[in-house]
Design a binder for this molecule. Structure first.
Ligand code: SAH
Length: 204
C-alpha cells in the first residue's frame, strides 16, 4: 500500500464522538499518522511485527499498522467511548486489532499484555495535565525495543533527559498537527501545532 493510499484510507475513519479535554483526546490527523506509520514500515518495524498503540483513541495508528501488514496489533486505551469508535473504525477498513481498556499507568500491563516489537503512540502532550506523556514513555520502553511517538515540537531534549540510561532518540522527524476547534477553550477554527515524531530505541 502506497503512502497516499494509506492516508486516504485513514482519512475515512471517524473521530471522537465525545472528545474529553482532560484526556487530551485529539485524533491523530491522517497525514501525520500515515507519515509515522510509513516511516516505521520503511525501517522494518511494522510488517510482520507485533505492534502496540498506546492511548489508541480512535484507532488511527493501530488500524494503519494493521493495513501495513503488522503480525498483530494491540490498542491500549483508557476511555470506553473511544474504544467503541476505534472498534468501528477497525471494522470499516477490515483491520485486525485487539483493543484493550487499560490505564497506561497500570504497572502490571507489561506482564498482562506480553512483549511487542514496536510501540506507536500519540500520547497527551501534557497541555491539560503536566507530564501526562511520562507514563506513556515509561510503558513504551517496558513493552518494546523500538517506539515511534508524536510529541510537541521541541520535546526531544526533555525526552532525551527523561529516558537517560533507558533509551536513545534514534531519529527525529518534523510534522504538523492541525487541531480543529473541538473544545470550548479553543479560540480558532484550526490551529497548527508543530510536532515531531521521535524514534526511541531501548537500551538493553
Ligand atoms: N492516536 C490516537 C490519539 C489519541 S489522543 C487517535 O488518533 O485517536 C491520546 C489518547 O490517550 C486519548 O484517546 C486518551 O483517552 C488516551 N489516554 C489518556 N490518558 C490515558 C491513560 N492514562 N491510559 C490510557 N489511555 C490514555
Amino acid at each position: 500500500m502506497k503512502l497516499k493510499h494509506l492516508e486516504m484510507a485513514l482519512q475515512r475513519l471517524a473521530g471522537f464522538s465525545r472528545p474529553r479535554a482532560a484526556l487530551e483526546q485529539y485524533q491523530t490527523p491522517a497525514p501525520l499518522a500515515a507519515r509515522l506509520l510509513y516511516h516505521a514500515l520503511m525501517k522494518g518495524d511494522i510488517e510482520g511485527r507485533r505492534v502496540c498503540d498506546l492511548g489508541s483513541g480512535t484507532g488511527v495508528l493501530a488500524v494503519g499498522a494493521s493495513l501495513l501488514g503488522a503480525a498483530t496489533v494491540t490498542g491500549i486505551e483508557i476511555d470506553e467511548a473511544a474504544l467503541v469508535v476505534a472498534r468501528e473504525n477497525a471494522e470499516l477498513l477490515a483491520a485486525d486489532v485487539a483493543f484493550i481498556r487499560a490505564d497506561v499507568k497500570d504497572g502490571s500491563l507489561p506482564g498482562k499484555t506480553g512483549v511487542f516489537d514496536t510501540v506507536i503512540m500519540n500520547p497527551p502532550f501534557g497541555a491539560q495535565k503536566a507530564h501526562a506523556d511520562r507514563p506513556f514513555i515509561d510503558l513504551a520502553l517496558a513493552l518494546a525495543p523500538v517506539t515511534y511517538g508524536v510529541f510537541n515540537a521541541g520535546s526531544a531534549p526533555f525526552v532525551k533527559t527523561y529516558t537517560e540510561g533507558r533509551g536513545d532518540i534514534a531519529e527525529r522527524v518534523g510534522g504538523s498537527f492541525p487541531i480543529k476547534r473541538s473544545f470550548a477553550f479553543h479560540t480558532r477554527d484550526v490551529q497548527d501545532i508543530a510536532v515531531e515524531i521521535l524514534r526511541l530505541k531501548r537500551i538493553s
